[in-house]
Design a protein around this ligand. Structure first.
Ligand code: ADP
Ligand code: MG
Ligand code: MG
Length: 368
């Protein structure tokens, strides 16, 4: 029988709607001759529900953002020795949904991209697309990601961490640590994405407000020295099907109008390409592009990422690279950077989706 793929989407993070749009694209792209598909939504308050298989509903229509339909049948996940993951419909009983062979977590941010869902699936003995527990958690946390990257010799921007306790009990020490970075700085929720909660701070006096803004999303805050006049460069990485070295995509550059302070939420999602220009491939010396691809693959391996990742860099005026971040579930609509980088590398969207499911199906269960 055909492998059954559960596409899990929505979720509790601030990126719920983005996730729904992506799920619509993934549902459309999955080859129904090859796979049985089970759409499962997670509502904004964390309930799991069986969704109708209607990708056409999961689009932005007349400015209205899609969300998970709460009225779907509630599902709970239970471990079943024989059949792996079973979705229990409390009304219909334990075999209502049957075996799931692969979960495709189309979720961004905390409780989805950060290892928590991955841990649940590991416990239940179910294969899933993308990075495992540790890699997901490390990549999501800008503090720990830097520690691991630095320990592996990758250049990162100077930074300091403001924990909840430090901010609440020793404000002066926090202020001093930030001052010593020099201004401007970028203030970020440690575990965030889509630029949500990030502020560029030009002077000391504006720090507290920016830290409070970041703390709306995460009690832990990372403050980074601004990398000035840098170009923003991105590279996609995919695990190889034969277990060999991961593969890097064509390298891309993001260019945006100088009216933007930085690549913020507005620039990422709300404005069109008259303001934001995704250059594919980036106009780079071949040796620089190759260095980006090589670093992207090495970073993927340093964090033991599986499946996919988008690795983001700053290219400074002197030609040196800094590694900004690794996203283990990057934006994934057909218009997003990651699929576009792969399309430009010869792998179209349906093939990319298929490759990720195939990688997950081949993965051994248990410790890898
Ligand atoms: P997210 O995970 O939300 O995408 P990033 O760390 O990538 O967070 O920051 C979002 C954007 O903010 C970057 O794409 C860049 O435009 C800007 N930015 C972040 N950190 C710096 C920095 N240290 N120097 C210059 N720009 C930065
Ligand atoms: Mg990110
Ligand atoms: Mg980013």
């Amino acid at each position: 029988s055909k492998p059954r793929v559960a596409v899990v989407f929505g979720g509790r993070s601030s990126e719920h709607a983005v996730s729904c749009v992506t799920a619509g694209s993934v549902l459309r792209a999955l080859d129904r001759d090859k796979y049985d598909v089970v759409p499962i939504g997670i509502t904004t308050d964390g309930r799991w529900v069986l969704e109708r298989d209607e990708p056409e509903r999961l689009v932005i229509q007349a400015g209205r953002l899609p969300e998970v339909d709460e009225k779907g049948t509630a599902v709970v996940l239970a471990n079943d020795d024989e059949r792996g993951l079973v979705c229990l419909d409390p009304a219909a009983g334990p075999t209502a949904l049957g075996r799931i062979d692969v979960v495709f977590p189309v979720l961004h941010g905390p409780f989805g991209e950060d290892g928590t869902l991955q841990g649940l699936l590991e416990m239940a003995g179910v294969r899933y697309v993308g990075a495992g527990v540790l890699a997901s958690a490390v990549a999501m946390d800008k503090h720990y990601a830097k520690l691991i990257l630095q320990a592996n010799g990758f250049p990162v921007a100077p930074y300091t961490v403001i924990t909840r306790r430090a901010w609440e009990t020793d404000r002066a020490a926090c202020q001093e640590a930030v001052d010593s970075l020099g201004y401007p700085v970028f203030v970020k929720p440690a575990r965030g994405g889509s630029s949500i909660g990030i502020t560029k701070v030009r002077q000391r006096a504006d720090l507290p407000e920016a830290v409070e803004e970041a703390r709306r999303y995460d009690p832990k805050v990372v403050v980074e020295a601004a990398v000035l006049n840098a170009r923003e460069i991105e590279c996609g990485v995919l695990e190889s099907l034969d277990g060999g070295r991961p593969e890097a995509s064509v390298v891309a550059e993001i260019c945006y109008d100088t009216e933007y302070e930085f690549y913020d939420f507005q620039a990422k999602y709300l404005d069109d390409e008259t303001h934001v220009d995704l250059r594919l491939p980036a106009d780079l010396e071949p040796s620089v592009a190759q260095e980006v691809q090589d670093m992207a693959i090495r970073a993927f391996e340093a964090l033991s990422v599986e499946g996919l990742a988008r690795v983001d860099f700053f290219l400074r005026e002197d030609g040196t690279l800094l590694l900004n971040e690794i996203n283990t579930m990057p934006g994934f609509t057909p218009y997003s950077m990651f699929p576009r980088m792969w399309a430009a590398s010869g792998l179209d969207y349906p093939s990319l989706v298929d490759r990720l499911v195939q990688l997950a199906l081949r993965r051994p269960l248990g410790l890898r």
